[in-house]
Design a protein around this ligand. Structure first.
Ligand code: HEM
Length: 375
């Protein structure tokens, strides 16, 4: 029996490949921001805790300074998490609405709870930042914010796996229509969530290496950021590979075979593994040598993006082939392309990117504020 609701009779206004390309691009950008938030916040919390515990020693001021440098950027990162989360949400609703709407309704109470949780998480980030700048013991506020962010991630992982399981929808809806029941156990949900959490360490490490290249930060803090950042990135890669191993091997053999047979998804796995191997070497080198070069930061940021793009595409393959095996073919849609609207959309998209580029250039030209050791 096919459990997917009937397809919307309104045809798609643009080709499926265009929606998929935009979906994967914006999804990768959302994941970049999510990883910086989850990993950067955790490291900032630990540095603030270690800094206040060792108060008085030289290293404690450096740690508090490094925590403050990360904390002051976290509210900005959160704006990217949210704004870069909206486009993939819209694209995935267009492409996978019949699966995603169903799973979202089935866990509706948790799904809707994401909004107040997000507001609480954001508010706590500001409180954490205000205290971290002054070297106050605010690690517990940051830890609370991190726990909320981690729970949001868990709800998202739960929904993104439930949308792939039409076989349990009926039973869940029969149990309650109130959206308060969580899905029956699925072995892939937790490894998938842990994969994202571990990725946070990789990106926090690369972020610290990037910050270490900035002259506005005092040299002792920069050296500390480079040394710790490189090592955290290495530890993150190892943890993420372990979680990735489980995610991969828990997929059905048919799904893995289909992915291997598709050159696009197959290539994405090589890009992913290749970039991860380079991050491992790069992180070890920066961490050991405490490299504070500006260019090193950009090398790390680029490798991070390649790894992330690789796994985002691979993840897309897992979803498409899992759904295909259950009777849902994302490519089987009636398309009546409205080229004038598509053209207008692409024009506005380019203007939007140009405006963001201009905003970034204004930020880069702004007078820098020195970030120092916190006394
Ligand atoms: C603290 C805030 C957030 C965190 C920690 C977070 C984390 C995550 C994680 C871990 C996933 C991957 C789940 C998986 O596949 O296992 C994900 C996917 C996603 N997130 Fe976020 N997210 C946050 C906020 C948001 C917001 C505010 C939006 C939208 C406005 C959003 C939209 C999405 C969408 C649409 C997907 C998946 C779409 C797809 O697979 O097609 N997220 N997020």
């Amino acid at each position: 029996m096919n459990n997917f609701p009937a397809v919307d009779p309104i045809p798609l206004p643009a080709p499926v490949w265009l929606f998929k390309a935009l979906h994967i691009l914006t999804m990768a950008l959302h994941f970049y921001a999510v990883e910086l938030l989850i990993g950067g916040l955790l490291i900032a919390v630990l540095l603030n805790l270690m800094g206040v515990m060792g108060r008085g020693s030289a290293i404690s001021g450096v740690r508090l300074g490094a925590a403050a440098s990360l904390a002051k950027r976290l509210p900005i990162v959160m704006t990217y998490v949210i704004n870069l989360g909206v486009p993939p949400l819209l694209f995935s609703q267009v492409l996978y609405g019949r699966a995603l709407y169903t799973s979202s309704v089935l866990i509706g109470a948790y799904w809707i709870a994401v909004i107040p949780m997000l507001m609480a998480c954001y508010w706590l980030l500001y409180k954490f930042n205000a205290g971290a700048e002054r070297g106050r013991p605010v690690w517990w506020i940051g830890a609370l914010s991190w726990l909320i962010a981690g729970s949001i991630a868990k709800i998202l992982s739960t929904n993104m796996t439930l949308m792939l399981r039409p076989e349990v929808w009926q039973q869940m809806y029969s149990a309650t229509a109130g959206g308060t029941h969580l899905p029956p156990h699925d072995p892939t949900t937790s490894p998938r969530w842990l994969f994202m959490l571990a990725g946070g360490l990789v990106f926090a490490g690369l972020w610290m290496v990037w910050l270490a290249g900035h002259k506005r930060i005092e040299m002792p803090v920069r050296e500390y950021l480079a040394g710790l950042g490189g090592r955290v990135a290495v530890a993150g890669v190892i943890a993420q590979l372990a979680a990735g191993h489980f995610v991969y091997h828990l997929q059905p053999a048919k799904v893995l075979a289909d992915i291997a047979a598709n050159p696009f998804y197959h290539l994405s796995s090589f890009v992913w593994i290749g970039s991860v191997a380079l991050i491992l070497v790069f992180g070890a080198w920066v961490g050991f040598k405490k490299v504070t070069a500006f260019a090193a930061g950009w090398v790390g940021a680029t490798l991070g993006f390649l790894a992330l793009a690789g796994w985002t595409i691979f993840r897309d393959g897992v979803r498409d082939y899992t759904l295909l095996g259950k009777g849902y073919d994302v490519w089987q849609r009636t398309v009546v392309t409205n080229w004038s609207v598509v053209g207008l959309f692409l024009l506005l998209f380019v203007i939007g990117l140009g405006t963001i580029g201009w905003l970034v250039s204004v930020m880069v030209r702004a007078k820098p504020v020195t970030e120092s050791v916190v006394k």
